[in-house]
Design a protein around this ligand. Structure first.
Ligand code: ZN
Length: 146
């Protein structure tokens, strides 16, 4: 009788593990689809993808909002038009694979860390009055032009 329970236990462990693997696979696919979201600029007509906005957001000080064209700064809504195969292979906005997703996420994490370190050093220098200019800049940001 004990062996039946043993086998049933084994089967349920296999089911649980498979279920978990499928969940992980689905969540990676959802993230990948999100990063690959295609956007089209209303001003210049060029395409770009969401992951390009994520990168731009971290490396370009003047890039402040999502749905903005990295080339001309025009408003770029999500593209809902007809699908063409060349959209996936275009070198201007290559579609990420699972492997690429790992690399892009690693790059994003690294950039986040570097910008945190930059802010940390800046605050330190400002705190010790070694960076007097920053006070003026912060003042400007807080008080918008009339
Ligand atoms: Zn544009």
């Amino acid at each position: 009788m004990g062996w039946i329970l043993y086998i049933l236990g084994g089967i349920s462990v296999v089911f649980l593990a498979t279920g978990k693997a499928i969940d992980t696979k689905n969540s990676i696919q959802i993230e990948l689809d999100e990063f690959n979201t295609l956007l089209k600029c209303q001003a210049c007509g060029k395409f770009h993808r969401k992951y390009q906005e994520e990168l731009e957001m971290r490396i370009n000080m003047h890039y402040k909002e999502y749905h903005t064209c990295p080339r001309c700064g025009g408003h770029s809504p999500i593209y809902t038009g007809e699908y063409y195969p060349w959209l996936d292979s275009n070198p201007e906005f290559p579609k990420l694979t699972w492997k690429d997703l790992k690399k892009v996420k690693k790059a994003l994490r690294k950039t986040d860390l570097l910008s945190y370190e930059n802010r940390m050093i800046e605050k330190f220098l400002y705190y010790h009055h070694l960076l007097p200019i920053q006070e003026k800049d912060e003042e400007k940001e807080r008080l918008p032009d009339k």
